[in-house]
Ligand binder design. Sequence first.
Ligand SMILES: [Zn+2]
Length: 56
Amino acid sequence: MVFYRVLCMFNRHRPDRDRVRWTGLNYVADCKVCHQRIRRISKGRWSLLRQSESES
Ligand SMILES: [Zn+2]
């Protein structure tokens, strides 16, 4: 869906709910739209997972 791809461009991703998992630091998942690895930064808000962020 084109609308969701635009959101991804603005770093607003949609998790695949079946693939969400807890790493001990973050909830991570794959974006349903762009299939990149994402993490939850707040309730209902997901952004791309960067290596540095996965450590803090
Ligand atoms: Zn995405």
